[in-house]
Design a protein around this ligand. Structure first.
Ligand code: AQP
Length: 340
């Protein structure tokens, strides 16, 4: 059975990058896979989160999933902390992963910054927990933005080392040749890495201090329009072919956003707008972004106003996830040699 797992951190400021790189693709995969979509609140606390805000943010990410079109009745939507198997499997993986592997993780280096001694142990061990999230459900495919590629490679390394280290035990229990799948990342499309609207060399991110750098999913039409109009560009007209976007990161980013929002290749966008001025293209992009994001933002606001409904979705999803998680976890305990 092909199974998709992915997660989004409830760290506030959900933006167009999260939508195009992840959530929009989660929606599209629902017809072809069994999907598990998780609000990864335990990842969020690897950096400080205000407890009152965290609760709101967990509900907001859940609302974004539902508003974007994820069906929580057909698939599983839940928050990570309600299924304790994530933490339990992460501990086993902490003992499988090597320090040298984690030392190479660029996201830790970026997020810890210069004051590394003061970063949480959780931030360092983040990739082990992410591997546990995925492998607890033995997911075969994980849709993510390009920034998560390295963590997905580590997940495969952990799965492979577990399968090798415990090979004889797995075989003696009759659990097949390799217990964990080598999960395939699903990364791609024109918006695998949406860049900041202020600086084409930085990715659009929740933590950028400038609100003008990102389009938030809850921005109203005026905010979306003003941010796109102020987005950095260069003085040249748009090229007529994708080749001409090389060395023009801001133009490339806006064309990629248009392509992903309209579900057309970048080449088509350039056929329609190439040779013209940015102002014309930006007006069309505003119309498209408002038409696409407006209803999602409005539905998110409506859903977060009824937290009991959202909490019921998360509780129900967690109960269904727990059944799958417990099965894997019991097998892992047997494989490792724990008594239960
Ligand atoms: N700019 C982006 N372009 C495409 N995809 C992106 N994703 C994030 N930023 C972009 C994808 O969104 C999913 C959820 O991300 P996350 O919330 O788990 O964490 P993140 O990558 O840490 O998000 P941010 O916005 O970049 O936060 P900060 O500012 O804290 O670093 C993932 O699939 C991610 O790839």
């Amino acid at each position: 059975q092909q199974r998709v797992f992915s997660g989004v951190q409830p760290t506030g400021n959900l933006h167009l990058g999260n939508y195009l790189g992840a959530i929009q693709r989660f929606v599209a995969l629902q017809d072809s896979y069994d999907c598990i979509y998780c609000v990864v609140d335990m990842h969020a606390i690897t950096v400080w989160q205000d407890p009152i805000e965290l609760k709101k943010q967990i509900r907001e990410v859940t609302a974004a999933f539902i508003a974007a079109g994820i069906d929580p009745a057909k698939h599983i939507v839940f928050n990570q902390s309600q299924v304790s198997g994530h933490a339990e499997l992460a501990w086993v993986f902490n003992c499988v992963a090597r320090l040298g592997w984690l030392n190479r993780m660029t996201q830790f280096k970026e997020k810890a910054g210069k004051d590394r001694e003061n970063a949480s142990v959780g931030l360092y061990a983040y990739p082990s927990l992410m591997a546990a999230d995925i492998l607890l459900y033995r997911a075969t495919h994980v849709p993510v933005g390009e920034d998560q590629k390295q963590h997905l490679e580590l997940t495969r390394d952990i799965a492979q080392k577990f399968n090798n280290d415990f090979g004889p035990s797995i075989a003696s229990l009759g659990l097949g040749e390799s217990f964990f799948p080598l999960t395939e990342p699903l990364i791609g499309g024109p918006a695998a890495r949406v860049m900041s609207l202020r600086d084409g060399s930085k990715k659009m991110s929740k933590s950028d201090p400038s609100d003008l750098s990102r389009i938030n999913l809850t921005d109203d039409a005026d905010q979306v329009a003003s941010k796109i109009r102020k987005a950095k560009t260069d003085p040249e007209p748009l090229p007529t072919e994708a080749e001409g976007l090389k060395g023009r990161p801001e133009a490339d980013n806006l064309v990629g956003i248009y392509a992903a929002l309209s579900d057309t290749p970048k080449e088509q966008v350039l056929t329609d707008f190439g040779g013209g001025q940015f102002s014309t293209f930006k007006s069309a992009l505003v119309d498209l972004a408002v038409a696409k994001l407006g209803p999602i933002g409005a539905e998110m606001k409506r859903l977060v106003a009824e937290p009991t409904h959202i909490d019921a979705i998360l509780r129900d999803g967690a109960a269904r996830a727990r059944v799958l998680a417990d099965e894997t976890l019991n097998q892992v305990k047997d494989i490792v040699g724990f008594v239960r």
